[in-house]
Write a protein that binds this ligand. Structure first.
Ligand code: IMP
Ligand code: MG
Length: 429
């Protein structure tokens, strides 16, 4: 039993997104019933093929329309504290969280179908990536409905640049970020797990963007201040500083730490990192990892040693799950006084104090000081990241404070920003 449970857990729970899998399952039925693989043997332009595509398109659209209505019902439940019963969608997909906006899924499907020709496929059913991109399109449509997006936050590795690389001046992301919206540009937060205490390290990773902001003739001095960097998930805040050699200046804690974060006890933090360090050391020994331990003041991790070594994906995942469990059962973990985030960075594993929900929330407060409630609301915030699996991923936590888009590469970030610009441009013209 136990091992069966472990296998199920290891194979499924943390490596699958159940909402996406559920939608994929719904789409598989019309795919099987209406796609006509034998059509490839017939001549080009056969009307039966065209009809099959149309039929698949109509059926897929209907499914997305129905899911859209189920999300509306879920949102109505979520907004009614007097209703103790779960929504139908929550019963069907138990891990489902909160929705900050409704999702125009039917329109998003039609948009992605025109780009990816999903309904024209006869051998490959609608995939995880198809559904993920449709959800992203629906989300960007929703955050720009009835006004503009007020805050965009971006993860670093894999979202803005390839894993372990830097944002170079030639990156196509840079002109799109600087022009993310018509004037005034929407505030941007880069919320990365990469945790450094000094500005030069962030300059090294982000110099292409920082130099472009410093020199772009299109930006006013106040627009240049619409970028902040939140490093170490939620531990180090930097603002744009044109006169500093690194174009960034650390922001003193008193200017940004929330009262809840100020209450995190240094003794608890040290204890939590000690437990994590012991668990990581144990994994290095047990799994014979080609890795070395890295302890920082707000994080502890393992990185490949020698740096050219590759830690197998399974070992990285095993390490995250072991550390997560050890922390959960530890004294400091059980008391839940200090949030933490254990994640698989693709080539390394880190445990950070805090997580991206805190990091994005700091950005919401920083830019939303003058608004009612003192912060930009979740339905006007979009966090773009690559790590959205429920365990061992760090962007996932941002889902509790704002809307999110799940990309798989910097190229997808470019596509998403183009979609966003198109939607915002349509709204303002
Ligand atoms: P992100 O994708 O921008 O959140 O960056 C995650 C990556 O940052 C990790 O995979 C690590 O390679 C790197 N990193 C560097 N320092 C830290 C740290 O203190 N905590 C977590 N990740 C770190
Ligand atoms: Mg990332």
């Amino acid at each position: 039993m136990t091992s069966r449970y472990r296998v199920e857990y290891a194979l499924k729970t943390h490596r699958r997104d159940q909402f996406i899998e559920w939608i994929k399952g719904l789409l598989a039925v019309p795919f099987v019933l209406y796609s006509q693989p034998q059509g490839v043997f017939e001549g080009k332009g056969m009307s039966s093929n065209a009809q099959a595509c149309e039929e698949a398109h109509r059926r897929y659209s209907e499914i997305f329309h129905d899911v859209e209505l189920m999300i509306d019902d879920h949102i109505a439940h979520q907004n009614d504290p007097a209703n103790p019963f779960p929504s139908k969608l929550k019963l069907l997909v138990p891990p489902l969280g909160i929705f900050f906006t409704r999702l125009p899924l039917e329109a998003a499907f039609k948009y992605q179908d025109s780009k990816r020709h999903i309904s024209s496929r006869r051998f490959v059913s609608p995939s995880f990536n198809d559904v993920r991109l449709i959800l992203n399109s629906a989300q960007v449509m929703a955050v720009t409905t009835g006004g503009n997006l007020q805050l965009a936050t971006f993860d670093g590795d894999v979202t803005l640049y390839d894993d372990g690389q830097s944002l170079e001046p030639t990156s196509p992301i840079i002109p799109r970020i600087i022009g993310t919206s018509p004037s005034p540009p929407s505030p941007i937060g880069i919320v990365t797990a990469a945790g450094y205490t000094t500005a030069d390290k962030y300059y090294a990773r982000l110099h292409g963007l920082l130099d472009a902001i410093a020199t772009s003739p299109a930006l006013t001095p106040s627009q240049r201040q619409s970028l902040i960097i939140m490093g170490g998930e939620a531990n180090y805040l930097f603002e744009f500083a044109p006169s500093s050699p690194d174009l960034l200046a650390p922001v003193p804690l008193v200017r940004w730490l929330t009262p809840e974060m100020a209450a995190w006890d240094e003794g608890d933090i040290a204890e939590l990192l000690d437990v994590a360090e012991a668990a990581l050391r144990d994994c290095i020994a047990t799994l014979r990892l080609p890795a070395t331990l890295l302890r920082k003041d707000r994080a502890v991790g393992i990185v490949a040693e020698p740096p050219s070594a590759r830690i197998p994906r399974e070992s990285l995942e095993e390490t995250v799950l072991v550390v997560q469990k050890m922390l959960e059962v530890s004294r400091v973990g059980r008391q839940r006084r200090v949030p933490f985030c254990a994640f698989n960075g693709g080539r390394d594993v880190f445990v950070d104090i805090g997580d991206k929900s805190w990091g994005v929330a700091v950005c919401q407060r920083w830019f939303g000081g003058g608004l009612p409630g003192g912060m930009i609301p979740g339905d006007r915030t979009l966090h773009v990241g690559d790590q959205f699996l429920s365990a061992g991923a760090n962007d996932f936590r941002a889902r509790s404070v704002g809307t999110t888009a799940w990309i798989a590469s910097p190229t997808e970030t470019v596509d998403l920003l183009d979609e966003l610009a198109e939607l915002m441009g349509t709204k303002t013209s």
